[in-house]
Design a protein. Structure first.
Ligand code: ZN
Length: 465
């Protein structure tokens, strides 16, 4: 299990060993969420719900099936998804007059209904979100959480009176994203996608990318401003204060179970998962160190410790199975539990609890009295250190590029004039995918790597996952 040597192989093995998913379901790319993996996903969903609810979004749940007639209404949209959708052609023994598709995303499911919900400017902004499964027929090799055909998905959909208000929503989405990523300890980039790579039907798309240890980029989500591109075909109009009818401006924000994949990929090491405390099913594992003559006393003290920590709201596992401590250490390291506590007779007599951090391997001891704040402090420190370490690795993974002749196996930063011709040429020559330019201003003075024109903002490109 060498992460540095063969990242791809390492990833598959870790996912398997930590039992995050079961890939034996008889449809390729449709995996079973195991209890451990699903708990992690649920914590992430909980943060998503918290953030959306706090910003005035309402959770909804739309049907999975979309009639072909609705799906076809926005032309770019259908072109973008045509090759990826699953079709339902029969109901019972009858062939359907209008085929139905499994949502690849929910614009065309929601917007006919939004057209009924939105009547007046007083109905706006309409801010909704849902957490559902979506379906995309991936033809590339599938990979747990990263490229699957049934996808656990978050999508927010909003309607606004005008372009500016929709723009404010985009900015709010960035704040929501930042708050969620803090829990996951993941660094990311906000890159405005090229015209030929934006979401089908969008006015513009901002991709949320994180960098993987092998120099590739992984798109974790995206935020789109639609202007009136969907409200026109779906007739989402409202009456303004003067009684005039206007089209709504819309936005969406989507993320998926790739967040779990990114947590595995970015934080994991040769021993297994390393989970951020905020999303770890267990934040603390207690291992009793038993010896002849003290079994009962140690077991009892470990129970007390568990109760005290649990009562304080911490998620704690007491591993009182019959295995040897060494193999318990190993098992919980694979599963990424952030903090291990050990207690034997000597610790009990000395009023101490031994600890080991999963992220750094650092060991030491805590005072048994007043244990709760000390454990909390350790967990906070682990979160902060994981964030800092991942950010440093992400910054290290980027290399400035000034010639097409020496392209490194990394994420590259370079000058691009913005012309599609130069962009396409760059992608052809390097085999890299253009990710776009930073949404937020980044100091840069350079020249287009293809035509030499001076440019004032950088562009990023990478091999994509
Ligand atoms: Zn150029």
């Amino acid at each position: 299990m060498r992460k540095q040597e063969d990242f791809s192989e390492w990833y598959n093995e870790i996912v398997e060993l930590a039992n995050l998913t079961d890939k034996r379901y008889p449809i390729k790319g449709m995996n079973v969420w195991t209890p451990y993996g699903w708990k992690i996903m649920r914590f992430i969903d909980t943060y998503i719900r918290e953030e959306c609810d706090a910003t005035g979004h309402d959770e909804v749940c739309f049907p999975l099936l979309i009639p072909e007639t609705e799906f076809k209404k926005e032309k770019d949209h259908i072109k973008g998804f045509d090759a990826e959708v699953y079709w339902v052609t029969h109901a019972g023994l009858n062939e359907l007059d209008v085929r139905l598709l499994l949502r690849p995303t929910s614009e065309t499911a929601m917007y006919p209904i939004f057209a009924l919900w939105v009547r007046s400017h007083t109905d706006l902004p309409l801010k909704t979100y849902q957490l559902v499964n979506t379906f995309r027929y991936e033809t590339k090799q599938t990979r747990a959480f990263i490229r699957v055909r049934e996808i656990h998905f978050f999508e927010s959909h909003t309607c606004h009176v005008d372009e500016e208000d929709a723009q404010r929503q985009v900015e709010e989405d960035f704040v929501i994203l930042e708050n969620i990523m803090k829990h996951l300890c993941l660094p990311y980039f906000l890159l405005r996608r090229t015209e030929w790579d934006k979401f089908p039907g969008a006015y513009y798309t901002v991709g949320v990318d994180t960098l993987l240890p092998d120099g590739r980029s992984l798109q974790l989500g995206s935020i789109h401003h639609y202007r009136e591109n969907f409200s026109r075909p779906f007739n989402i109009t409202y009456e303004d204060e003067k009684g005039e009818h206007k089209f709504a401006h819309q936005t969406t924000f989507g993320m998926s179970e790739r967040l779990v994949g990114a947590v595995v990929a970015v934080h994991g090491d040769d021993k297994g998962l390393v989970l951020p405390p905020d999303i770890s099913p267990f934040q603390v594992v207690i291992i009793p160190i038993l010896a002849k003559g003290n079994v009962e006393k140690v077991a009892e003290e470990c129970q007390k410790l568990r109760q005290e920590l649990t009562a304080a709201g911490l998620r704690v596992k007491l591993d009182d199975s019959d295995e040897r401590p060494g193999s318990k250490f190993h098992n919980w390291e694979i599963r990424g539990v952030p903090l291990r506590l050990e207690m034997g007779m000597r610790d009990i007599e000395g009023g101490k609890v031994a600890y080991a951090r999963r992220d750094t391997g650092a060991k030491g001891s805590l005072d048994r009295s007043n244990i709760v704040p000390q454990v909390r402090e350790k967990l906070d420190q682990i979160s902060a250190d994981m964030r800092a370490k991942a950010l440093a690795a992400s910054n290290d993974a980027i290399q400035d590029l000034d010639s097409l002749d020496k392209v490194p196996e990394k994420v590259v930063r370079f000058g691009w004039c913005g012309e599609e011709e130069c962009g396409r040429k760059f992608e052809e020559r390097t085999g890299l995918k253009m990710l776009g330019s930073p949404y937020n201003k980044e100091e840069y003075h350079g020249r287009c790597i293809v035509c030499g024109k001076p440019v004032e903002k950088p562009t990023y490109a990478a091999r994509s996952m």
